[in-house]
Design a protein around this ligand. Sequence first.
Ligand SMILES: [Zn+2]
Length: 298
Amino acid sequence: MENERVIAAAFKWLEEQTAIHGDVLTWSLLAHGFRLDGQQIHIVSQQGIFKPRAMSDVPLSLRTSSDGPYGDHFGSDDTLRYAYRGADPQHHQNIWVRKAMRLQSPLIYCHAVVPGRYLTVWPVYVVNDDPGTLTFTVAADVRRLETRATSMAYTNDADFRRRYATREVRQRLHQRGFRERVLAAYKGQCALCRLRHPELLEAAHIIPDADPAGFAHVPNGLSLCRLHHGAFDAMLIGIRPDYTVEVKQSILEEEDGPMLRHGLQGMHNTSIWTPRSAGLKPDPNRLEQRYQRFLRSA
Ligand SMILES: [Zn+2]
């Protein structure tokens, strides 16, 4: 089979999968892959540098299994660093990667945000090879250039465009990692209403991310459904440091349908559900800071 055909089919399959699941995909989904001309095409394997049997001489994907801190994986020039397979530059897998660099063959990059769950990015290109540090330099690029030519990000200046796209990968790793860790700590439910639908859950920051105190770690997070995340951010709901929910007075006095009654008013004076482990519970100091903002906004 032609390499180009396998790559195009893999990209199309990933488009479909990420439309359903978002851009963090499970190991089992990626390892299982899809069928093409009666052949099973896996996207990843136990090998970090992976070439399916249907392809020749260039890999389809690069996988990084360590989850955070993500800084180690990025260069100061907004590129990704990918370690050689072993210490021998002539290992056949390293030779595949070098060939992908020479041909500028697009690859899939899978980076674990928590064990077994991968932020999946494509296309990425190998742009440099450094035998001195046994690393390849990898840059992400934007998809379907021709249809998105209006934005500055899709400029024809490939170097500029790739730096932008790679910087975005770093932000996504940071955000998706936070979401995955918070949802796992809250056993996939909303801390307020216990809704158990991951597709409707988000990781809320107690202190916003841009704030110096707004670290993306679980004690600065709450797993909330979209309604309660929105209500928390709009200061319709406050959470006291003792984990009691307080609903804004004007909301309590309003009269409306079931969403208002059950979804908002019904939460007043309830306790949020928190993880059992002390290290994962919401930080009372941050909650206090946020609660003061809620009081001021009322
Ligand atoms: Zn909820």
